[in-house]
Design a protein around this ligand. Sequence first.
Ligand SMILES: NC(=O)c1ccc[n+]([C@@H]2O[C@H](COP(=O)([O-])OP(=O)(O)OC[C@H]3O[C@@H](n4cnc5c(N)ncnc54)[C@H](OP(=O)(O)O)[C@@H]3O)[C@@H](O)[C@H]2O)c1
Length: 203
Amino acid sequence: MVTTPTLTLIVAALVPRLGIGHQGGLPWKLKQEMKYFRQVTSQASKPGHSNAVIMGRKTWESIPTKFRPLPNRINVILTRTGTDALQGADGAALVAHSIDDALLQLQGKLVDKIFIIGGAEIYNSVIKDARTTRVLLTEVHAEGAVEMDTFLDFPWFNEENAGWARAPRTALQSYIGPEIVLPEQDISEGSFVYNYSLFERQE
Ligand SMILES: NC(=O)c1ccc[n+]([C@@H]2O[C@H](COP(=O)([O-])OP(=O)(O)OC[C@H]3O[C@@H](n4cnc5c(N)ncnc54)[C@H](OP(=O)(O)O)[C@@H]3O)[C@@H](O)[C@H]2O)c1
């Protein structure tokens, strides 16, 4: 039986404005959040399978060369134009020209979860795709102003009954798996305080 894959967005955003980036990079360095991202996106629940991470070309380029491709995950880069340059430079990632193309290239591979890992252009289009059923959102709060120039366009986040709902913590734990321990309290790093949430598309 062929099943339609579901997509999960994973993103850290300053709430409530949902800022996610500054000058091509992240507006913060949150070590535990990076560990959570690595664990959640790496941990496949089916034996012998890997998860896939799909990202825009600019997000790929924002990852330092020595850290890419992201290990233990199938990396897919979305670009409308840059196939030759990307393949020539890196080779270790799939290059796709649309989400459908990415999913087509993943067909036939032993893929468990498929994560969309940014950036803004990709998040803001894929959130409208009915195959996107979950958003793993790290809700970041800051003391004082944070410089940001890149934002999520998720109007439902600040509205009620807009097609998405916050899931209970048990649902988040069940989705990420028992190996990953959720913090009992908000995490504090420098001037930032954050915690992990799951939002689910409503039928
Ligand atoms: N806070 C977080 O969790 C988080 C996570 C990830 C990224 N970010 C931040 O987000 C920012 C980058 O976001 P961004 O919007 O500038 O760039 P992006 O979404 O990473 O990449 C945009 C590029 O992706 C390609 N693309 C977009 N839509 C496509 C489609 N439908 N089909 C094929 N290719 C497509 C195009 O590449 P070509 O130009 O090559 O055609 C486009 O220029 C950075 O500041 C980064 O640090 C934050």
